[in-house]
Design a binder for this molecule. Structure first.
Ligand code: GLA
Length: 723
């Protein structure tokens, strides 16, 4: 059991790997956080009676001046709004009478093996009941009759704890949930910096690190999608910690819609981290008897630095979030038609791509945007998911591509609608809109009202009639704009605050139905590149297109940033015709991700083809190492050096691969690269000159790479194998 309850001290100790979360039932049945960090055995925190000094009249308490417990100074594990805690709270309910004073206190708990799923929402899972234990703590608000259940799962052998919550209306009147965090976490100091991953279209997940100060530092999405702008992830790193050492906390939100997550430092220098829906865009009317579930947050703690935190997320998401056939099966090496042809293709052109691709060793052809309705540009046909027959005969195309020995993939953008479409003509009210208000266009398209079951049914049926008509092996699911005029003619006025979340529930429902109906299909998510690169999407699709930017130098920041939380196997990365570097650098950078091509293979020179064949061989040679290995960010771009370097080490530490890319010319420089993660007692042969060095030498002294290529935008790989 990784969860212990000490009845006499009323304390829970949840142990996950070598981390512990300790919480207890305290004064007046309030729940407090005692500890989150390195594993400790304790279940007696009675010294916490003296946590804060006697407080003055501005700190609300429950029993006058006789007790130093006050709601505003104690680390309340799940604080309620409006009843004494003035900090960022976890939940706010508007009672039928109109007030928002909410006060949840402990009422009961249960502990059981395994991990429950969350109805309608993506979530991590336990592969067996022995892998994890779950604690559910029920808290009640006597006035509204709200019964709040906090759900914690601790994974035994990995430092991951998940938190989510659900609320039941056990009262006699409806109430409105106005704010409902998935998790609240308290740390007893503020000597941290917050890391977040910001960006924009073509430049996603840049690394940013800022010290905490006495205010709120948060990230937010108002887009109805997790978005390009901020990834739903933050880390807190203790002052003095590094990539490989020091206290590091990760908070990753398993949700793809609008959210808000951040940290507050209070006047006692404690830090509170909250993760949840964006309260500006969320409310939910809960009638008596109804239950509402939040998404979950995945918490990781390690004392071994940011790099180890990332590796924990990589392992955990690979084994406990990603599902389906391609969780373990080797992913096909693909070529995508988008940058090769855009909308300008027909069956013959695609077959010519497939023929050339086959010769290069590529395993799948993906037909991107432009195969449906009458779509020749981005102004029409979204919503008309039937084959554009004057362009292609799908059955014949799939037969011919399969005949060449390649798999076949197709593109969809299921949540969208073009004004120029039969669907829009038939159902103009099916897009999100507000009557009488001008409609924002983005890329000439509107967003479907996914909160309506009949819309989800219609798109599902249209997709099935194509997906069942021939053997489709792969589906790219795109989402090329964000939500505006978020109104629905199907929702009553008092339920309109539910629309952003209902939209996500509709999308998840459609993804669930498609992946259930076609379990053999490899789903790849995309949103104008990496605009919905989040754990919610990873639950349905094991890989996500990381960015529309395929320039390998620009990709470095994107891929390093993405690696902070997401495994290499999830990161869609292709070699394209972009001009800045040779094919060698493009290949070395794309090899980090799922690897593939995004170019017209009929336009390649013989030299390019020869190089691509080598890259294809490398893809197979290093596949297991990159997919199952541990990543070490040796020189990340945010260090400001003139080169970057990364390394994969196999789980048994018998193999390693390092890649370096010089981003700016390095002249006459000495360069000793110290590897990480090797076994100091093993000996390794390197692929440059075949020389053998001990793991200790390679890690503590460093390999002399001063003579390797270091011109502008050059790259190379070095492979190490145990002898
Ligand atoms: C988005 C995707 C691209 C491509 C186009 C097609 O921008 O990110 O990869 O699929 O849509 O319209």
């Amino acid at each position: 059991m990784s969860i212990i309850y000490n009845e006499s001290t009323r304390t829970f100790n949840l142990t996950a790997g070598d981390s512990s979360l300790c919480i207890g039932v305290f004064s007046h049945e309030y729940l407090v956080t005692y500890h989150y960090g390195k594993k400790i055995p304790d279940t007696d925190f009675s010294s916490y009676e003296y946590y804060s000094p006697r407080t003055a009249s501005f700190n609300p308490t429950r029993d006058g001046s006789t007790n130093c417990f006050t709601m505003d100074t104690y680390p309340l594990e799940y604080p309620s709004f409006g009843t004494g805690d003035y900090r960022r709270t976890g939940i706010r309910i508007r009672a039928a009478e109109g007030n928002t004073a909410t006060d949840f206190r402990y009422s009961s708990h249960r502990i059981y093996k395994g991990k429950p799923s969350i109805p309608g929402l993506p979530a991590t899972y336990a592969n067996t009941d022995d892998e994890a234990d779950t604690l559910e703590i029920t808290m009640t608000d006597t006035v509204t009759g709200g019964e709040l259940c906090l759900v914690y799962t601790a994974f035994n052998s990995i430092n991951a704890i998940t938190k989510s919550a659900y609320l039941k209306n056990c009262g006699s009147k409806p109430f409105v949930i106005e704010d409902f965090c998935s998790s609240v976490t308290n740390l007893s100091s503020c000597d941290f910096s917050m890391i977040n991953l910001y960006g924009k279209h073509n430049s996603e997940r840049n690394f940013s690190k800022n010290p905490l100060t006495h205010n709120r530092q948060s990230i937010i999405s108002r887009r109805g999608a997790s978005g390009h702008e901020q990834n739903p992830f933050i880390a807190l790193v203790r002052d003095g910690s590094t990539e490989e050492t020091g206290d590091t906390y990760g908070f990753s939100f398993v949700y793809s819609g609008s959210y808000e997550m951040g940290c507050d430092v209070d006047y006692y220098d404690s830090t509170r981290i909250t993760v949840g829906f964006n309260p500006e865009q969320f409310s939910w009317l809960l009638s008596p008897g109804e239950v509402f579930y939040t998404p979950e947050t995945v918490h990781v703690y390690t004392d071994k630095g940011l790099g180890e935190m990332s590796r924990i997320y990589h392992r955990f998401y690979s084994s406990n979030l990603i599902r389906g056939r391609y969780k373990t099966e080797k992913r096909p090496l693909l070529i995508n038609s988008w940058e090769a042809a855009y909308f300008d293709f027909d069956e013959e052109k695609l077959v010519s791509f497939a023929r050339e691709a086959k010769d290069l060793g590529i395993e799948m052809l993906v037909m991107d945007d432009g195969w449906f309705g009458h779509r020749d540009n981005d102004r029409s046909s979204l919503g008309d998911w039937f084959v554009y027959e004057s362009k292609i005969n799908l059955q014949s195309l799939v037969r011919r591509v399969h005949g060449l020995g390649l798999k076949f993939g197709i593109w969809y953008e299921p949540e969208m609608i073009s004004e120029d479409s039969l669907l829009y003509k038939a159902h103009p009210g099916w897009c999100l809109h507000v009557d009488g208000r001008e409609h924002c266009e983005c890329r000439h398209q509107y967003v479907l009202d996914m909160s309506r079951p009949e819309v989800v049914d219609n798109i599902f049926e249209q997709m099935c009639s194509v997906l069942s008509s021939c053997e489709i092996d792969y589906l790219k699911w795109d989402f090329n704009r964000n939500l505006t005029e978020v109104g629905s003619t199907a929702l009553s006025p008092e339920r309109h605050g539910e629309l952003y979340h209902r939209f996500m529930l509709g999308t998840y429902d459609l993804m669930d139905r498609i992946t259930t109906a076609y379990p053999h299909i490899l789903l790849e998510n995309c949103s104008g590149g990496g605009g919905r690169f989040d754990p919610g999407m990873l639950y349905y699709s094991p890989q996500i297109w990381a960015s529309d930017n395929t320039d390998p130098i620009e990709r470095l920041a994107i891929q390093f940033g993405t690696s902070i939380c997401y495994p290499a196997s999830s990161m869609g990365a292709h070699v394209s015709f972009c001009q800045r570097t040779g094919f060698d650098v493009k290949g070395d950078v794309a090899l980090w991700g799922t690897f593939g091509y995004e170019l017209d293979p009929t336009r390649l020179t013989e030299a390019d083809k020869a190089l691509i064949k080598e890259q294809v061989a490398d893809y197979h040679r290093y596949y297991d190492l990159i997919r199952y290995g541990d990543l070490y960010r040796l020189i990340p771009p945010w260090d400001g050096e003139r080169r970057v370097a990364w390394e994969f080490v196999s789980p048994d530490r018998s193999k390693a691969l390092i890649t370096t890319v010089t981003t700016r010319y390095v002249t006459m420089e000495r360069f000793f690269l110290r590897l990480r993660g090797l076994d100091p007692n093993k000996s390794y042969r390197n692929s440059i000159d075949g020389k053998i060095f001990s793991g200790a030498f390679l890690m503590y002294s460093g390999l002399n790479l001063s003579f390797m290529p270091c011109g502008d935008m050059q790259s190379y790989k070095v492979y190490f194998e145990e002898v």
